[in-house]
Design a protein around this ligand. Structure first.
Ligand code: DAH
Length: 338
C-alpha cells in the first residue's frame, strides 16, 4: 500500500476511534512494531538506492504526523474517560446524612467519673484493688474481728476458707497503706459483693472508698471535704450533717447526711419527710488499723469514707429501683445522654 493510501486510512480510522480499547487496536494496526507505518519503514529495502534518502525522510514525516494525531486522540479519550469517572463518582451533598446512633456512658460510669473529678480537684489519686480478697485485708486488718456479724455467711460470698469476694472497698485502705507511706490521699473505686437483694440492694454493687492519712487529720477535714463533694455532686445549696455511728475500722465513726436537694429540707417523699438523706459512712481511721499497716499512730491520723455509687446515682437521677442500673435496658439507659 502506498504512503498516501495509508495516511488516508489512518485518518479515517482514527476519526471513528471512541475509547481506549479501540485506540489500542488502532495503535497496533498502524504504529505498533508490525503496524503499517513500520511496514513502510521496512519497505525501504525495495526502494532503488538513489531514492532511499527521500523515501526515508517521507516515511519519517508520516510517522511524526501519525504520532501527533495519535497523541491528540489519546489525550481526548483519556480526558473523556476521566470526566465519565468524575460523573459516576459524584457525591450528592444535598442528600440527607445517614443516621448513626451515638451511645452514651452508663449512669454509674458517669457518677464514678464525676466523683473522681471532684476529689481529684482536692488532690486525691485513684488506686484499684482486687475483687477477690483474703480475710486479712477484707476483715482482720480492718479491725473486723472473727466474731463480727458482717463476716456472716449470709453477707459474704466465701470462695475458700480464706478467700472471698470483697464485701467493701475498704481493703483498698490496707493495700494503699502497705504500698505507700503518708501523706496518703486516695480514692478506691470498685465492685463489691454481698449476699443481699431487694429494691435498694443488689448482690453486686459499687463503692468509692476515700482515705487520707497525714499529720493532724481531724473530723473537720472529713466534713470539709464531704461538704465540697455534696455541693459539687448535688447542688451548691446542700449542707452535710454528721451523725454518730459505728464501723470497726473508724473511731469515731459517722453517717453523713445531706440536706434534701429536692425539697430544700422541708420534708418530701425523697427524704421521707425528714429533710435529710443519708449518703455515706466515714470516720477517723481507727488507730488499730493504722498500726496494722505499720503507720505510726502517734504521728499520723487518718480519715476514711465509703460512698455507695448506686445510691448516689439513684438519688441524683431519681431512680427508684437499683435493678434498673444493672438490667441494661437501652430505653432506660438512653435517658442519660449528656
Ligand atoms: N466499708 C463500709 C461499708 O461497706 C463503708 C465505710 C464506712 C467505709 C466508713 C469507710 C468508712 O471507709 O470510714 O459499709
Amino acid at each position: 500500500m502506498n504512503m498516501e493510501a495509508i495516511k488516508a486510512e489512518f485518518q479515517s480510522e482514527l476519526n471513528v476511534v471512541e475509547d481506549a480499547k479501540q485506540l489500542s487496536s488502532f495503535w497496533t494496526k498502524f504504529l505498533g512494531k508490525e503496524g503499517q507505518i513500520q511496514g513502510l519503514m521496512s519497505g525501504i529495502k525495495n526502494v532503488p538506492k538513489e531514492e532511499k534518502k527521500a523515501y526515508g525522510q517521507a516515511v519519517n514525516e508520516v510517522k511524526t504526523w501519525a504520532q501527533s494525531l495519535y497523541d491528540a486522540k489519546k489525550e481526548e479519550i483519556d480526558k473523556k474517560a476521566m470526566m465519565a469517572r468524575y460523573e459516576e463518582e459524584t457525591v450528592d451533598v444535598t442528600l440527607p446524612a445517614k443516621h448513626t446512633a451515638a451511645g452514651n456512658l452508663h449512669p454509674l460510669t458517669s457518677i464514678r467519673n464525676e466523683i473522681i473529678n471532684i476529689f481529684a480537684g482536692m488532690g486525691f489519686e485513684v488506686f484499684e484493688g482486687p475483687e477477690i480478697e483474703d480475710d486479712d485485708h477484707n476483715f482482720t486488718r480492718l479491725n473486723v474481728l472473727k466474731d463480727h456479724p458482717s463476716r456472716d455467711m449470709q453477707d459474704t460470698f466465701w470462695l475458700t476458707e480464706d478467700l472471698l469476694l470483697r464485701t467493701h472497698t475498704s481493703p483498698g485502705q490496707i493495700r494503699v497503706m502497705d504500698a505507700k507511706n503518708p501523706p496518703i490521699k486516695v480514692l478506691v473505686p470498685g465492685k463489691v459483693f454481698r449476699s443481699d437483694s431487694d429494691a435498694t440492694h443488689s448482690p453486686m454493687f459499687s463503692q468509692m472508698e476515700g482515705l487520707v492519712v497525714d499529720e493532724h487529720i481531724t473530723l473537720c477535714d472529713l466534713q470539709g471535704m464531704l461538704d465540697q463533694f455534696v455541693k459539687a455532686m448535688f447542688s451548691g445549696n446542700v449542707k452535710t450533717r454528721l451523725r454518730p455511728s459505728y464501723f470497726p475500722f473508724t473511731e469515731p465513726s459517722v453517717e453523713v447526711d445531706v440536706s434534701c436537694f429536692k425539697c430544700g429540707g422541708c420534708g418530701c417523699s425523697l427524704c421521707k419527710g425528714t429533710g435529710w438523706i443519708e449518703v455515706l459512712g466515714g470516720g477517723i481511721v481507727n488507730n488499730k488499723v493504722l498500726e496494722n499497716c505499720g503507720v505510726d499512730s502517734t504521728k499520723y491520723s487518718g480519715l476514711a469514707f465509703g460512698i455507695g455509687m448506686e445510691r448516689i446515682a439513684m438519688l441524683k437521677y431519681g431512680i427508684n429501683h437499683m435493678g434498673k442500673l444493672f438490667e441494661n435496658d437501652i430505653e432506660f439507659l438512653k435517658q442519660f445522654k449528656a
